[in-house]
Structure formats: C-alpha cells, structure tokens
Design a binder for this molecule. Sequence first.
Ligand SMILES: Cc1ncc(COP(=O)(O)O)c(C=O)c1O
Length: 464
Amino acid sequence: MTIWHPTITTQGPRYRGIADAIARAIQAGELAPGQRLPPQRRLADSLGVTVGTVTRGYAEAERQGWVTARIGSGTYVRNGDTSPMTPLRHSHPMDAGTIDLSLSLPPPHPLRAASLGRALKGIAKDDEVLQRAVAFQSERGIPAHREQLAAWMTNLGMPVEGEELLITQGGQHGISLALQALTRPGERIAADVLTYPGLIDAAQQSHLKVVGVPMDDEGMDMEALARLCTQQQPRLIYLTPDQNNPTGTVLSQNRRERLVELARRHDFLILEDAVQYLPEQERGTPLYRLAPERTLFIFSTAKVLAGGLRIGALVAPPALRERLAAALRAQSWMVPSLMVEAVCRWVASDDNTTLLDWQTRELGERQSLAREMLTGFDVGGRPHAANLWLPLPEGLRSAVLQEALARRDVLVTSAEPFCVGSEPAPQALRLCLSAAPSREALAKALDILVELLNEPPAAPWRMV
Ligand SMILES: Cc1ncc(COP(=O)(O)O)c(C=O)c1O
C-alpha cells in the first residue's frame, strides 16, 4: 500500500500546511473515512520536517474535526459510521426484526415512559417548581434535589448525604467531569485491561493515556498495579468493582483493601463506577466507603430508570468538590433542574419500586434462560446483571461470529471496543440480555447464536 503524501500548498507554518492538506484530501476523497494517516515519523521523513511539526499538523487537523487520534493506535480520518471502534450496529441497517444485544439498556417496560409522564404532569401543575425550572440554579444542583437523589441512592444500598454529591448529566458526564477537573493533559490513568469504552473516550478527550492493568478471576491484579504505580505513577484508577464491563468479574474483598492501601501509598485517586446496577446483596463493599478521602463514586438513572433521562450523581470527597463544581460550571453552568425534578418525583413514587422489582426479576429470568441455552459453554457475569460474557470456544473468532449473527439480524459486541490501548482482544462476545425487546426475542437470538456456535460459519473475508 502506498503511503498518502500530502501536497503542501499553504504559505506559513508547515504544521498548518499539513492540516490544510489533510482537510483537502478528505474533501477530495483521497483520504477515506476510517483511513489511518501515515505514522508521524514516516511522514516527517518523507516531507523533510521534524516529527514535532507533523504532530502539530495532526493535532490541528483533529482540532478542526477532520481526524481523531487514538492513543497507542494512530490518527484516523473521522466518520462515526466507519470508525473501526464503532459497534457493528451502526454499520448494519437496523430493520424492525433486528434483535439488538449490543447496547446495555434496561429491559423495555411501558412503565418507564408512563412514570416519566406522571412526573411531568405533576411538574406542569406546580407553579413553584416551574419558576425554579426557568431560573439559574447552583452548579451543584438544588439542595432539595441533592437530598432526594441521596435518599434514593441510600435506599438502593449506596449510603450518601446530599452535600456529598454533584448532580450530573449521567454517568458518562460524571466520568468526563472527574477526568477533566482532576487530571492534567499527558497524565496517566489506569483501568482494567478490558474496561467500559466510555472511560477510554473520556480519557482521550482529556488527553490522558490509559494504561491497562491485567485481570483474573478476582478482578484487577493488584501486584501488577503496584508495579505500574512505581513505574508510571498513574493519577487515577478507574474501576467497576462489582462487575467489570464487559466480563462481569468482581473485585474481591482482599483486592479492594489492597487497592486502598496502594492508593494511599502512591497517592492516586479512585474513580468507582456503579452505573451498571446490581441488587445490594450482589455487591461488595464500595470503595468510597473504604477510602472516602480519595474515591469518587458514580451512579446514574440510566440502568434503573431510563437511559434518555441523562441524570446522575458524582459523589466526591470534600477537598475535590469545588474543583468539580467549577468544571461543571465551565461546561454548562448547571444540569437542567427540570429533568432532575422529574427524576426526583419518579424515584419518590411507587412506580420506582414496582419497576425495579420487576426489572430485577426479569434480568434474573433472562440470565437463567441464557445460561440454560448456553449450557456447555463457558459464560461469565452476575446473576442479575444486564450483560453476559461469552468467551468463545477454541478456534472461533469473535469478528466472524459477530458478522454471521448480524446477517441473521442479531447484534452483539466483541471485546474489541473494551480493550485499553493496543492490548489484544480476547475472542469473546458481550451479550446485553436486557436490551432484547422481550424474553421471546432473547430466546430467538440465543437460538441463532447456539446454532452458529455449534456449526461455526466460514470467515467472510476474501483476501489474497
Ligand atoms: C460502566 C458504565 N459506566 C457509565 C455508563 C454511562 O452511564 P450514563 O448512560 O448514565 O451516562 C455506562 C453505560 O452503559 C456503563 O456501562
């Protein structure tokens, strides 16, 4: 393959010439969406400029929105549809019969929209609340709202006081906010070697390098983390201790204690993400209780009420709250109090408990169904989790199976988007059992999966 060679026509600094040439080549179709730009050193050699000039040129092209840099992988022409990290669902047109098990959504139930409707109707009749909703409020949220969200979390077995939390626009916002406010560009953070892709994206936006820590059956390997702390001094460690996303692995109690010991010795922050909800009896001791002085805890409405509400909580130690509030203020002044009010009314209503009880039973049923249908295969994950992790039998490749499933209108996720940096992806699939429109639809999708596991498809690639 020939390396793309820019023609630099712009007068002025060379780096700007490189950025302009990238923009022109993309507009002319010489650089295709998803295409990787040449490695910086190679381009520097071929243009007779320093690597620093190419780095600045690529950074300028990224700033202008033409390309996107992936730490440890390279710089790619931007286009959400063809990005290699984009889940398969976007590259296959969805038809009405498609069973999408690729996104981790709560199981569909008419009560979700109905509860929101009831909350909004109540708000529409409440003049005082409407007056508050049209006014600016504190960036941390209205104190009464914080108290109500704290009470809701406490009821769910996550004890917290209203003054300890900031209201966010969901769990992803909590992650971005923590990284933006508490790290500096170029710093390192660490996470399980397979982790929630939203953390990888947020770290990239904050110009951080994410280092992957190996895991085993007890979660993150603390001895590997100890070595990493000595060698690379990470500023923060991100974990989902009660169920790793995607594998479902739980961080053992011993390791939770060892993590806290390491955090105190090496002075790093802990970002604990509990968005993937589990019933209290399936959770371990939260890290924010073990190390309250250095742990930030993230929760949201996404997996218990509805993903579209975009409301969450970021619990933070007192010393960090002002910095987080300042970052939130700089981003958007505040989270709209109207949505928070709707959530507060919803969680205070009977609908909330009815829905969560139903959901917990439903997820338990879906997990049992999947485990029964996949008898003989090695599956991982928690008994009431939304997701199931399926390491593939020897000889099967996840990309082949994922493609074959998509041809049969079943969408699943491979390990690839969860891999930190350029770590190799295990051959495995994540199945979001909760996202199927019904248990029947789930059974149908699993039938197809089992058929393909038993009679593996041929690789669809044609190449010489
Ligand atoms: C582990 C984890 N954290 C955070 C999020 C994002 O939460 P939210 O939708 O509230 O932004 C998700 C969503 O799937 C998740 O799986």
